[in-house]
Design a protein around this ligand. Sequence first.
Ligand code: ATP
Ligand code: MG
Length: 469
Amino acid sequence: MPFYEVFDHTDHEFQAALRVVSCIESNGHEAWLVGGCVRDAILGREISDIDIATSASWEQVESYAQEAGLTTHRTGIAYGTITVCVPLEDDRADNKSVYAFEVTTYRSEGTYGDGRHPDSVSFCATIQEDLSRRDFTMNALAWHPTRGLVDPYGGTDDIERKVIRAVGNPIERFSEDALRIMRACRFESQLGFAIESATLQAMREKKHRLTHVAIERIVKELDAFVLGDYVRQALLDCVDVISPILPELAAIKGFPQNTPYHCYDILEHTAYAMENVEASLLLRWAALLHDIGKPAAHFTREDGISHFFGHAQMGATMTEGICLRLGFPKKFGEQLVTLVAMHDDRLEPAPKPIKRVLMRLDGDEDLFRALCALKRADSLAHAPDFRQRAKSADEAIRVFEEMKERNEAWCIKDLAINGDDLIAIGYEQGPKLGAILNDALEEVVNERIENERGALLSWVQQRLDPKTT
Ligand code: ATP
Ligand code: MG
């Protein structure tokens, strides 16, 4: 491909990045677009961020940018990085107010002792040296509008062959920074590339070093991994490598499910379930973890059939531990645990059972939709004869949407009475009010009382003074 065709020249962000490049170069220095943005441009993928590498020091970049009227932020000066912002020229481009570019002085770096930052940063003279510190050949690329592409490690060939290959000696590269191991896994999941054999071998050899990497760096990569379009194959290929972080997954690999419902081992089933949910963090994580309780819950009957009674609850308890370990936000963790705990519960696609489930979910409609999506994906990953159960999850969503149109009640705020009504008829203020309303809701959900003010008021009145009946 001719180098000038790499980027979409009509893209506003790309044009803004070129402004930063020319601002630096008009002061006698070199600057290049570099790394993942060049890879994604070659692949025709959407570019997430455009990074710039330069021979200028951060102080020089700062002053050149400011002279040109651009704002700068000292986002990583210890590592030679400064962020340069270019205002939008017209508001059609997107809803950002500025385009921000990380501009980093050419550098070669050493080991990551604390798993967060390189222990030492040494700056270097050429773009070639800068590219030699980068993780994979497909990311060791630089591009310039007139000087063209710099590709010292055959990155474009590897992109064409869909290969993830470490730059230089893979054992050394993963010893310097073990996060690169996780990055390779997530690139496989995002791009569908295969990891070259010496690189994969080195990942396996160095995987224990993942436990020294800062957990937030790992989680960022894991999140991107679970969201990838090619996550099914990537999970099967990378589960051993990820095992120091998620040993629960190594335990489901090759674990047989001798039941008529299944045709895959637990890991394969999990990988298919992930593929069958949309790419949202909650759904992909829930699909990844939904069956991790199975090995612990497993027993085999005399006839050789496997049973996994209680695996969902077991999995939910294990998921709680994982959420703590990975530092997930509290609400996200709670939702994940709920989905894992409830994924195997029967869900009859009829109003009453659906309302009961909604009550258990505190009326969280999005979580209900997520539960149905998870159950659907789980069914689709069963043996062919049992996949039609997915229809029942679709049907549950349909029934639920109809219920919404009828404004039916499934949480306290939907009730035709509230706490003030209880106080007005003589209840005392306090936590008991919530419990009474909850009991009233249960009556309504179980269709023993209409969600109607008069009927509810007389029911609560009776509870206040049973003698009046
Ligand atoms: P994304 O599409 O997620 O942005 P990316 O490859 O651009 O992927 P970034 O984190 O934006 O990832 O990093 C930009 C570039 O910096 C990479 O393409 C790579 O050249 C280099 N890089 C990033 N992290 C590392 C690392 N841990 N080790 C070596 N090089 C790295
Ligand atoms: Mg990037």
